[in-house]
Design a protein around this ligand. Structure first.
Ligand code: SAM
Length: 276
């Protein structure tokens, strides 16, 4: 018998993957969690029926949500990842020798536990001595932090349930307060094909707090539409002003010094989303 997983990415469109094995399913206090092994993308973490990460293409998202900001900041020592319980962003953050402490603030401890057990390639650095893991609401944590982090990465689920506030103007203002002098925020801001309203809202919200706000893109096959956006807000440093020759080579599969700048060249329809 063949088993297939379908994610309805919109009311009328989805992606389907042939399942090798269902490894784990549970209902946590926050969401339905599943880890399935698929023929095409290997093991996949699925929350409330939406793909969060897969073994085969996770490198794109995790490298791109981390290195652009970390290589724009002159000396990132303290970094927070809000959400991101799979541990992929933390793994990338720790590739930067300047980082002394990386704080993960994930609301759902079950995501961390399942990732450690079923996705060790992604979660493997969560036990590193530089990592602090807080099972807590990222919104509250940021509210209670001032002048603390050099870079804050918002690695959230789609804006539903506990994640709604992670896409709000007030949250970005609190992030500005939680950041140090040259602080940088970066957030995943969904698909330019399917979520133009979210991209626009995030862009407007981040622009209200950060003088330098930039959108960039990456190609991620298992995310809705395959094209993904990230929005970076910065107090002083412009990612486009970074000297490519000064970007240290890291062990990465997608991010390069040339990619650091290239991803800010937007197709016209994407530039139009944030043009007003
Ligand atoms: N890469 C992913 C994507 O774009 O699909 C996101 C991955 S990560 C698994 C997202 C995490 O954000 C989830 O584990 C979820 O529990 C967490 N999350 C949602 N709302 C949160 C909040 N208010 N505070 C902290 N973590 C939150």
């Amino acid at each position: 018998m063949e088993l297939w997983y379908t994610e309805k990415q919109t009311e009328v469109y989805g992606i389907t993957a042939k399942i090798k094995e269902t490894l784990y399913t549970t209902q946590t206090p926050f969401q339905h969690l599943a880890v399935i092994d698929t023929e095409q993308f290997g093991r996949m973490l699925v929350l409330d029926g939406m793909v969060q990460t897969t073994i085969k293409d996770e490198f794109v998202y995790h490298e791109m949500i981390s290195h652009v900001a970390l290589n724009t900041h002159p000396n990132p020592k303290r970094v927070a990842v809000i959400g991101g319980g799979d541990g992929g962003a933390i793994r990338e953050v720790l590739k930067h020798p300047s980082v002394e402490k990386a704080t993960l603030v994930e609301i759902d401890g079950e995501v961390i536990r399942a990732a450690k057990q079923y996705l060790p390639e992604i979660a493997g650095m969560l036990d590193d001595s530089r990592v602090e893991v807080l099972v807590a609401d990222g919104i509250k944590h940021i509210e209670e932090s001032a002048n603390t982090y050099d870079v804050i990465i918002v690695d959230s689920t789609e804006p539903v349930g506990a994640a709604i506030g992670l896409f709000s103007e007030g949250f970005y203002a609190n992030i500005h307060r939680a950041l140090t002098k040259d602080g940088i925020l970066v957030a995943q801001t969904e698909s330019p094909y399917f979520n133009q309203d979210i991209i626009k809202k995030c862009n407007v919200g981040i622009r209200k707090s950060f003088p330098i706000t930039r959108l960039y893109l990456a190609s991620i096959p298992t995310y809705p539409s395959g094209l993904w956006s990230f929005t970076l807000g910065s107090k002083t440093m412009d990612p486009l002003a970074v000297d490519e020759r000064e970007i240290a080579t890291l062990p990465t599969k997608y991010y390069t010094a040339a990619i650091h700048k290239a991803v800010f060249h937007l197709p016209q329809f994407v530039a139009d989303i944030i043009s007003e």
